[in-house]
Ligand binder design. Structure first.
Ligand SMILES: [Zn+2]
Length: 183
């Protein structure tokens, strides 16, 4: 939802450049290109799937992209920044600015609905919408095994391979899996 707001704002700032030899891409074209930039840690979803891209502004030949990393502790910040910059430059844009912002902080609510399903198939338990539970800061929502659907899972580490995820093991099918922290 936040991404939609950013998109409309970006379109409002779009400018026609009839005299330019190479027309700058529209904000829509930039969004479409960013939809192919994979999350550096989870290749089945893109940075737009994860709701990380907050704003795209095309101003003449200059393209500015603002993104919010999924977690401030994620070590992939510079990878995301470079990937976004490369995707925009591939559209023929030379003047690219990629900014990251932590305000407002990323929330698992920004993950696109179809991406949640892909995360589940990939073996990562999708987070429950953070707004669903008033106890979210005290008690994480029940996590379901992505393989068998069992709720009988046990957290084995509060921080997975990155700060973004937790490690679980399913007590029903014994499958270890990763889950997102809802934030
Ligand atoms: Zn299971």
């Amino acid at each position: 939802m936040g991404a939609e707001g950013g998109r409309q704002k970006a379109e409002g700032q779009r400018q026609e450049q009839p005299s330019a030899i190479r027309h700058p891409p529209s904000a829509d074209e930039v969004w479409a290109a960013l939809a192919h930039v994979p999350d550096p840690e989870i290749p089945v979803v893109s940075v737009t799937d994860m709701g990380m891209v907050r704003d795209v502004t095309v101003d003449g030949g200059r393209v500015s992209v603002t993104f919010t990393p999924t977690f401030s502790g994620c070590p992939a910040l510079h990878v995301i920044r470079d990937s976004i910059g490369e995707a925009v430059r591939a559209l023929g844009v030379e003047d690219v600015e990629v900014r990251s912002t932590l305000t407002p902080p990323w929330t698992t609510d920004w993950i696109q609905p179809d991406a949640r399903e892909r995360l589940r198939r990939y073996g990562i338990a999708p987070p429950a919408p953070a707004g669903d539970s008033p106890l979210i800061t005290l008690d994480p929502e029940p996590t379901r095994c992505p393989r068998c659907g069992s709720l009988n899972v046990r957290m084995t580490a509060s921080f997975g391979p990155t700060l973004c995820k937790r490690l679980y093991v399913c007590e029903s099918c014994r499958e270890p899996f990763e889950g997102f922290k809802s934030v």
